[in-house]
Design a protein around this ligand. Structure first.
Ligand SMILES: [Mn+2]
Length: 434
């Protein structure tokens, strides 16, 4: 899934062009993380580091000069370690395969930094990376101590998060292609889950179908912890235990998406375990589906970011009143946020290398305008707490969310997760065909 080295090089040049003059940028891939004893979690590089390099080994540190000239400190080639832990690109690979202008072994990182930072004004980094921040301040102090030898230490450590995040927010065609593939792998996995479910199964047995299809089609890992929630578990927004038995009459909410080439997909569907919605389930489901369609209409170039959320909230609140779960005037119930008892999350988020991707939602205190190349999720839902005694018993414990991944294009919203049933009749037909 590595893109052409020209793409990464041009991203590094653009980043430097957007930072103040005389700045050297530094960013790292991250370290292996212990699961237990001597077992590590599978390594997954930091998204912004990967965006700038396509390099997926742990412990790597990238330094970029104001001209865009790029140097990578990497784990050294080591036949014995590679015998145990697998292939490393080493310095030659960093230059030949990843288009770096220079490379050093990790233990020469400090010397490289001293050389490249001498005379620079700023060290730019991701301010939330405390390890890198401490390291960069250490470099600065060491250079400052050599002032009498003519060394000029950088004056400031600055945050480059915004500059990287704004680049990552607008997806290029290569990224969109990968994201659509990731989305379609996840669509196939969700279809399989709908076709496989039977009352009596455990939630994790259904989860196994998702993981099997993600991996079988090239998405080695889920982009986030799979949510497979039956019955009232669906009202727990981040339910990941997935260890209860699915019962006849339950709705099942699955929020799961595969990760491909480090890009996330993020899909939610809610469907009946026995293949047929009950009447109250269908009534609330239709409200959420109507909110989805109202939101989708707002996902257009030039609309403010919050328009699709507001449109969804209006439809959801209207539906809650229509079915008697809330009483009163719709606009007053929105104003007082009464709907939040049933709808407590936002209607979407940026999607990209991270499932909750980077990029500001507001500019100058106002919701920002949508632009072509942005990818958002659209995910209205309704959740009736099983203990909510203010509503008729027939509604209690129903949890519904419908979520797709939407690319903003000049010609309108494009559903990357296309081809996955969401109308009631479509879901029931798909499940009847099992
Ligand atoms: Mn989501």
């Amino acid at each position: 899934m590595k893109l052409s080295t020209d793409i990464y090089r041009s991203r590094r040049h653009t980043l430097m062009a957007n930072l103040p003059d005389h700045t050297v940028a530094v960013i790292r891939s991250g370290e292996l993380c212990t699961r237990n004893n001597d077992c590590d979690y599978e390594f997954r590089p930091h998204s912004s580091f990967y965006y700038l390099t396509g390099f997926a080994e742990p412990s790597a540190v990238l330094l970029i000069l104001p001209t865009g000239e790029s140097h990578l400190a990497v784990l050294p080639k080591d036949p014995e370690r590679e015998q145990w832990d697998g292939f490393r690109y080493g310095m030659t690979g960093a230059i030949n395969e990843f288009g770096m202008d220079g490379a050093v072994e990790l233990d020469e990182l400090d010397d490289l930094a001293f050389e490249l930072l001498d005379g620079a004004q700023n060290i730019a980094l991701l301010m939330d990376d405390e390890v890198m921040r401490d390291h960069a301040l250490g470099w600065r102090d060491a250079l400052a101590a050599k002032a009498r030898a003519g060394v000029v230490a950088p004056q400031a450590v600055i945050d480059m998060s915004d500059e990287i995040h704004e680049l990552r927010l607008i997806k290029d065609s290569a990224e969109i292609e990968i994201m659509e593939k990731a989305a379609q792998i996840s669509v196939a996995a969700h279809i399989q889950a709908m076709k496989t479910v039977q009352p009596g199964m455990m939630e994790y047995q259904l989860e196994a179908e998702l993981n099997y299809h993600f991996m079988k089609h090239g998405a080695r890992v889920p982009a986030y912890n799979n949510i497979v929630a039956s019955g009232s578990n669906a009202c727990v927004l981040h339910y990941i235990k997935n260890d209860e038995q699915i019962e006849d009459g339950d709705l099942i909410l699955i929020d799961a998406g595969g990760e491909l080439g480090c890009y996330a997909s993020d899909i939610t569907r809610t469907f009946p375990a026995n293949g047929k919605f009950s009447e109250p389930q269908a009534q609330l489901y239709q409200v959420v589906l109507d909110a989805y369609h109202a939101g989708l209409e707002q996902l257009r170039v030039g609309k403010p970011y919050d328009a699709f959320h507001n449109a969804a909230v209006e439809v959801l609140t209207d539906g809650l009143v229509k079915h008697g779960l809330l009483q009163g005037n719709v606009s007053e119930l929105i104003e007082s946020k009464a709907y939040r008892d049933f709808y407590m999350h936002n209607t979407g988020h940026w999607l990209g290398l991270d499932v909750h991707d980077c990029g500001r939602y507001k500019q100058n205190g106002q919701s920002r305008m949508l632009q072509a190349g942005m990818v958002v999720t659209l995910e209205p839902g309704l959740y009736v707490n099983p203990d909510n005694e203010t509503v008729d018993a027939k509604w209690r414990g129903i949890g519904i969310r419908i979520e797709d991944d939407i690319l903003i294009r000049e010609d309108g919203p494009y559903v990357l997760t296309h081809g996955l049933a969401k109308e009631i009749s479509e879901i029931e037909a798909l499940m009847a065909s099992r």
